[in-house]
Write a protein that binds this ligand. Sequence first.
Ligand code: FAD
Length: 314
Amino acid sequence: MEPDIEKISAEAAKLGCIIEENALLKNYTTFRIGGKCSLLIKPVSEESFSVLIPLAEKLDVPYYIFGKGSNLIVDSDGINGIVFVIGKDFSGISFRNDETMICLSGTPLSQICLSALENSLTGMEFAYGIPGTLGGAVFMNAGAYGGEMKDIIHSVKAMDIKGNYKEYFPDELDFAYRRSRFTNSGEIIISAEIRLEKGSRSEIKEKMDKLMEQRRSRQPLEFPSAGSTFKRPAGSYASLLIEQCGLKGTHVGDAEVSTKHSGFIINKGNADFSQLMELIGIVKDTVKNKTGYVLECEPQIISDKITTERNDGR
Ligand SMILES: Cc1cc2nc3c(=O)[nH]c(=O)nc-3n(C[C@H](O)[C@H](O)[C@H](O)COP(=O)(O)OP(=O)(O)OC[C@H]3O[C@@H](n4cnc5c(N)ncnc54)[C@H](O)[C@@H]3O)c2cc1C
């Protein structure tokens, strides 16, 4: 390990964080694609962030934030630097009042949805089945079936790269389609308050079950993926355009445009980053040439080779 990374590793150990050297990142993404990083740290407390992030900044060590890795495409050649995985070691739910939940950013969305159900709270059913953490969902303004995180977030506590904390309210969060202020701010999402409404437990359960069933029947959940590979372009749907262009089943190695849902690219076994990026390129070029629509990649691309337009997918 480089001396600066070793310093950060030693501090992380003092703070009780879980540390993995040369961690294989395919184990931390739902695409099951990704090489090694120099050091992986699972923070366990707010202090972990306020000490380690400013230290990495000071030492100029590159770092990345992962939640569940369900909206990430990670380079198979690995990345130089540290990956902070904010997951179950930094999770938890408490209640401010009957209708407001406070959730740490590593809490799985599914757990929050089940807690809402348990407490007969409605408004979050749309998120049941999105396989991410609260932090990733706020960052992406995740949404489905007519709902989005922006509809239920009351406030977000975040930390900047110097270690200063701030609470943001909806008018400061810049939520838009699969974007938030965090897309560009570099801040770490620590926790969020979710405001729901009292409802009927049986109706909430029925809605959650129905939406989960729709996912199971329409999405290729039996294969690794990052969900929808492309954002919805204004005026159409990525899956419709891809299907119209005859791209269903197109593959590069084990990376394949799903035959079940053409909006998903799936990993049928041993797909790697370059195969996935080549397939994304083929889909984008074909759709642009045949329909004029420009598709934009939804997952974040994590690669040392792609330094600009990280979210462009090429
Ligand atoms: C089968 C499947 C179905 C899906 N269905 C949907 C869907 O219906 N709707 C939808 O919107 N998405 C969907 N997704 C995509 C994905 O699950 C969501 O975008 C999810 O919110 C990402 O959360 P995550 O924890 O996995 O974030 P990650 O993928 O780990 O990270 C996403 C981005 O958020 C940043 N980030 C994560 N946590 C933090 C934090 N605490 N602080 C700062 N930045 C952070 C990361 O740096 C990264 O840039 C699906 C994915 C799969 C695999």
